[in-house]
Design a protein around this ligand. Structure first.
Ligand SMILES: NC(=O)C[C@H](N)C(=O)O
Length: 430
């Protein structure tokens, strides 16, 4: 911790957490009430155990973000870990990432092509932490890794390893087969392969990456994200989730606090000074020898006290995205939203809406393919810290985003549509 950081570390910071379980073409039809309630129950359970871990005195954002995502990975409702989607060849190729706003040399880690590590997010955490050692305990000084090599490290480091069948769920398998079948029908009818079929418009095909963004009492933000990718992606496809800047980002910077305007020296008469109660300055003016500093007799006390430069203000942001990863990659979505906040001095909620909200940059990037394909679809969650004030952030440009957070009053909130169930769209709108 440098001097700047130790100055700001003394501020009282309230820890914050937000989690997500994916975003996409959600409607009241594709998410009937019983399924909606099942997601609510799951998100609230995971938020509750993660935020109680966060409330422990020594909890770090890194540990809590990892913990929250590992619970999401274990729950078959989400497209990550157990319950991940399949590639065209019927395999699971898992991806994940982790990033901190400060505190670790590597800052961010992306992992892809994982098939055996039970909780991919735990491997990303290890790669970040072990990066502090010389040689990274075998991982060296890298930020992005793939496949067998790091799964070998995971095994060596004692993480839980599983047979690929662990990730299988019947529902994802059925979606995989149905997706291929629909594609074949589209092909036969001469419809471009990336156009959404009527079946896709009526059903929620998981774009459901899961993620968490956590701020700890030390002012560090950690973002953790994990996914199976896109249903029926080609084998070897790499998405936004393991790609630094595209599907996730965390950083901090320091802003000079503005110095309050004070009168540095106003020529005034002894009478003016006395009327302001400045007895000592009048005496100093009249009898300077009485006011020589003992440590430096050549200097006189300043007649008007000067204010110290206030400590710099820490500004930190963290974001996790979900949706069509190829669009997030094209926009470098999370880093671009952070850069908008940092360099155009815009609050993070506005930058996130600018990128991932309705009619935002992600949506615009799809051009005339918007709503005909999955392009541009998505949402982002995040946390912003300015000094000691923190804000939880989210927005999305599609039917819904599974999300839960602790609000400014410490209440647990969970939403899927913009507001409650009633606010969900009836059907896929063109
Ligand atoms: N599930 C998702 O959010 C998908 C992920 N962003 C991807 O394209 O791989």
């Amino acid at each position: 911790m440098n001097e700047k950081q130790s100055n700001v570390a003394k501020q009282h910071i309230t820890p914050r957490i937000i989690i997500h379980g994916g975003a996409g073409n959600l409607t009241k039809h594709s998410l009937p009430r019983d399924k909606y309630d099942a997601y609510q129950t799951s998100l609230r359970r995971i938020l509750s155990s993660s935020s109680s871990l966060l409330s422990k005195p020594d909890s770090t954002a890194l540990d809590v973000a990892t913990f929250a995502v590992s619970l999401l990975e274990d729950d078959a409702l989400y497209n990550s870990g157990h319950g991940a989607v399949f590639t065209r060849e019927g395999k699971n190729e898992l991806e994940c990432s982790i990033m901190v706003s400060n505190g670790y040399r590597k800052r961010g880690i992306g992992c892809m092509m994982l098939q055996h590590v039970k909780n991919p997010i735990k491997l990303a955490r290890e790669l970040l932490i072990r990066g502090e050692q010389d040689g990274g305990d075998g991982s060296q000084d890298h930020c992005q890794y793939s496949g067998a090599f790091i799964e070998g490290l995971a095994e060596k480091w004692g993480l839980d390893m599983v047979d690929p069948s662990y990730f299988f769920t019947q529902q994802r398998w059925d979606e995989h087969l149905k997706g291929l079948e629909e594609e074949a029908k589209q092909k036969e009818a001469g419809i471009p392969i990336n156009e959404m079929s009527d079946w896709e418009k009526a059903n929620y095909i998981p774009l459901g990456t899961c993620g968490s963004v956590v701020l700890d009492r030390y002012g560090t933000i950690c973002v953790a994200t994990s996914t199976g990718g896109l249903t029926n992606k080609v084998g070897g496809r790499v998405g936004d989730t393991p790609t630094i800047g595209a599907g996730f980002w965390a950083e901090e910077w320091f802003e000079e606090a503005s110095v309050p305007k004070v009168q540095t020296h106003v020529p005034s008469t002894p009478l003016d000074k006395l009327s302001r109660g400045e007895v000592s300055t009048v005496l100093a003016d009249c009898f300077p020898m009485l006011f020589l500093s003992p440590s430096n007799p050549s200097t006189c006390r300043s007649s008007i006290p000067t204010l110290d430069q206030p400590p710099p203000i820490r500004h930190a942001v963290g974001m996790s995205g979900t949706g069509n990863g190829d669009s997030f990659l094209r926009m470098d979505a999370c880093r671009t939203a952070a850069a908008k906040s940092r360099f155009a001095t815009i609050p993070l909620p506005d930058s996130v809406t600018w990128m991932a909200g309705p009619k935002g940059e992600l949506q615009k990037s799809a051009g005339d393919r918007w709503h005909r394909s999955h392009e541009g679809t998505g949402g982002i969650i995040g946390v912003e810290l300015v000094g000691s004030k923190s804000t939880v952030v989210w927005d999305f440009n599609c039917g819904g985003m599974f999300r839960a957070w602790v609000d400014d009053d410490g209440e647990h909130q969970c939403l899927i549509f913009r507001e409650g169930y009633h606010s969900g769209p009836e059907s896929f709108a063109i």
